[in-house]
Design a protein around this ligand. Structure first.
Ligand code: ATP
Length: 301
C-alpha cells in the first residue's frame, strides 16, 4: 500500500504544481487521470524519489519514501514520460547494461532476468535488433522491461500509451493487467479509456489537487440519470454552450454531440448512460467553475 499525505510542491518559478495531495493506493492498477499540466508528472517524480515536495509524507508499506529513498528505489520500477534512451545497441545489450546499473552483478542471474523480461514483454524475438529501430509500442514495452528489472513491487508508468496504435496499446494494456495482479501500479494518463479499461481504483488530478477518487464503476453510476445528449450543428453547439452546463463536445460523423449534466432533460436532449468520460469532464468542468471549492468534489475511495 502506498500512502500519500498532504504533498505540496511549488517550483522556483512560483507554479504550485501539487496542492495538499492525499491518496491511498492499494495493490493493483491505479489510474491517475488529469489534463496536461495537472501535476501528474510532478507527483510521479516525487513518489519515484526524483524530487522532494515542500510538505507532506509518502509511505510505501513501512518505507518512508522521503527519508529512505534508497530503500524505495530497491522496490521501485519507473517508466518516465520522456524515457528517451533509444541508442543503436541491441535490446539485449541495453537491457543487460541497465541491469548492471540496477545492481544485478551476477552474470548468470542477469542473463536469466534479461531473457525473462524480453520474453515477458514480447520482445525476445527482437532482442538482437537495435532499440533505435523499434516502433512506438516496442519502445514502450522495452521501457516496461527496464522498469521491471529487479522485480519491483511498486511500478510507476507515466503516460505510457500516448502515441501507440490500437493494437500496440491493447498489447501494452494486457501486459499491465498481468503485472497488476501482484504489484502496486500507478498509471498516469490523460486518456480516459486507459483508466476505464484497466483500473479498479482511480483519482482525477486537476490544477495540483485531487478532485475525485474512487472506483470507476461506482463514480460513473453516481452520474446515471443526469447525463443528456444531443447531436447538433457547430453553430447550435456554440449557442447551447452558453446556456447549458455542457460537459463535453465531441465530433461524430462530422456532427457535434453535446453531453450536458443536469437533473432534468433540457429541451430536445435525450438520456444517455453515464461514462467515465462524463465523470472526468464534469469533474474538470465543476472545478473550473468553482476552483475555490474543489475539496467538496472529493469522494471517499
Ligand atoms: N521543473 C519545473 N519547473 C517549473 N515548473 C514546472 C516544472 N515541472 C513542471 N512544472 C509546471 O508544473 C505544472 C504541472 O506540471 P506536470 O508536468 O507535473 O503536469 P502533468 O499533469 O504531468 O502534465 P503533462 O502531461 O503536460 O506533463 C505545470 O504548470 C508545469 O509547467
Amino acid at each position: 500500500m502506498l500512502k500519500i499525505e498532504n504533498i505540496t510542491k511549488t517550483y522556483d518559478n512560483g507554479v504550485k504544481a501539487l496542492n495538499s495531495v492525499n491518496l491511498d493506493i492499494p495493490k493493483g492498477l491505479f489510474g491517475l487521470l488529469g489534463p496536461n499540466g495537472a501535476g501528474k508528472s510532478s507527483l510521479m517524480r516525487t513518489i519515484a524519489t526524483l524530487q522532494q515536495p515542500d510538505t507532506g509524507s509518502i509511505y510505501f508499506d513501512e518505507i518512508n519514501v522521503l527519508t529512505q529513498p534508497n530503500e524505495l528505489r530497491q522496490r521501485l520500477g519507473y517508466l518516465p514520460q520522456d524515457f528517451g534512451v533509444y541508442p543503436r545497441v541491441s535490446a539485449y545489450d541495453l537491457l543487460d547494461h541497465l541491469a548492471i546499473l540496477k545492481g544485478i552483478a551476477n552474470k548468470g542471474e542477469r542473463k536469466e532476468a534479461v531473457n525473462g523480461l524480453l520474453a515477458h514483454t514480447n520482445l525476445f524475438q527482437h532482442r538482437k535488433k537495435a532499440v533505435s529501430g523499434f516502433s512506438g509500442g516496442m519502445r514502450q514495452r522495452f521501457g516496461i522491461a527496464q522498469a521491471l528489472l529487479g522485480d519491483p513491487d511498486l511500478l510507476i508508468v507515466d503516460e505510457p500509451t500516448a502515441g501507440l496504435d490500437p493494437e500496440e496499446r491493447n498489447r501494452f494494456h494486457n501486459l499491465l493487467v498481468t503485472l497488476g495482479e501482484e504489484k502496486v501500479i500507478i498509471l498516469s494518463t490523460h486518456i480516459v479509456d486507459d483508466v476505464s479499461e484497466l483500473c479498479p481504483n482511480m483519482a482525477v488530478l486537476g490544477n495540483g489537487q485531487i478532485l475525485l477518487q474512487g472506483n470507476p464503476l461506482d463514480i460513473t453510476a453516481d452520474l446515471n440519470g443526469q447525463i443528456w445528449r444531443k447531436t447538433v450543428s457547430i453553430d447550435e453547439a456554440a449557442v447551447l454552450e452558453n446556456t447549458l452546463p455542457v460537459i463535453s463536445k465531441r465530433l461524430f460523423a462530422g456532427r457535434t454531440v453535446l453531453h450536458v449534466l443536469a437533473p432534468d432533460a433540457p429541451e430536445g436532449f435525450e438520456s444517455t448512460p453515464a461514462t467515465l468520460e462524463d465523470v472526468y469532464f464534469s469533474t474538470l468542468h465543476n472545478s473550473r467553475q468553482t476552483p475555490q471549492h474543489n475539496s467538496h468534489l472529493t469522494q471517499a475511495a
